[in-house]
Design a protein. Structure first.
Length: 265
């Protein structure tokens, strides 16, 4: 199966099932990072993993809503677009796709820096780290990126380097249902693809708003699981972006992505 077929499975994971990236699927060098739940700025990358990611991803800034941000992604020119997915030595690389919800959030922050300027920002389910990078570029006072995949954390460090930024702190653990942190703003994109996860997010985000008066922005291209969830009745549309042609092709016909403000009653 070529990676284009594997990417279809990843897209299904974003739409129908709890993806394997939320579990440890394979061994390899990534396991040594599983023991580290918080990654502070300045932490060095495993040379072996760095070399692998640099060899098997492409640096790109085209075909997305944020040409200002350079990212290492899996593209048709990458080896693993064609290789059998079982040869990939780590968990499924959800971080290597710039999902439409994250693109919309990043574009909105870059166009409206007042949203984050001087504020503390948590990027939940950060993936490639684009939205966290946008927050840093726009003057956020403190940024924390969160993703449960340690390889995503390493990719974020590489992406910070590409954009000439000091790496922001990264936490590699599931923080949903943990104590509500003191954040001015929480941003999350493309996270409502599974009902159980969506329910957990709804409960936790509502707790953060109630206890800390946190503002919450959600990016989503209109997946059915998101539109049909009860949280949707408590969202206010902020802005809608038309997706570039390349992103449309990569996401099987999705044409736009929306930033929503979550304001539970």
């Amino acid at each position: 199966m070529a990676f284009c077929g594997w990417k279809w499975l990843l897209l299904l994971g974003r739409q129908n099932t709890l993806p394997k990236a939320w579990r440890s699927r394979r061994g390899g060098p990534s396991l040594r990072w599983k023991r580290c739940c918080h990654w502070s700025a300045g932490k060095s990358l495993d040379p072996e993993v760095r070399a692998f990611l640099e060899e098997n991803t492409e640096v790109t800034s085209s075909g997305h809503l944020t040409p200002e941000i350079r990212l290492r992604l899996l593209t048709p020119r990458c080896r693993f677009w064609r290789e059998k997915p079982d040869l990939w030595p780590y968990g499924d690389p959800f971080w290597a796709i710039y999902w439409p919800g994250g693109q919309a959030l990043s574009r909105y922050i870059l166009d409206n820096p007042r949203v984050v300027k001087g504020r503390s920002v948590l990027d939940l389910g950060s993936g490639c780290g684009a939205t966290a990078i946008a927050a840093v570029m726009s003057g956020a006072s403190r940024v924390l990126a969160n993703d449960i995949d340690p390889i995503a954390g390493m990719a974020m460090i590489l992406n910070c380097e590409l954009n000439h930024l000091n790496p922001f702190p990264i936490t590699i653990k599931n923080i949903i249902n943990s104590e509500a942190g003191n954040w001015d703003l929480i941003v999350l994109g493309d996270m409502f693809y599974d009902e159980q996860l969506a329910d957990g997010l709804h409960h936790w985000l509502r707790k953060c708003i109630r206890m800390q008066q946190t503002e919450v922005l959600i990016g989503d291209p209109g997946r059915q699981q998101f539109l049909s969830h009860s949280i949707h009745s408590q969202l206010h549309k902020v802005i809608e972006y038309s997706l570039p042609e390349y992103t449309r092709q990569e996401n099987y016909g999705l044409t736009s992505s929306i930033v929503w403000s979550y304001q539970p009653s």
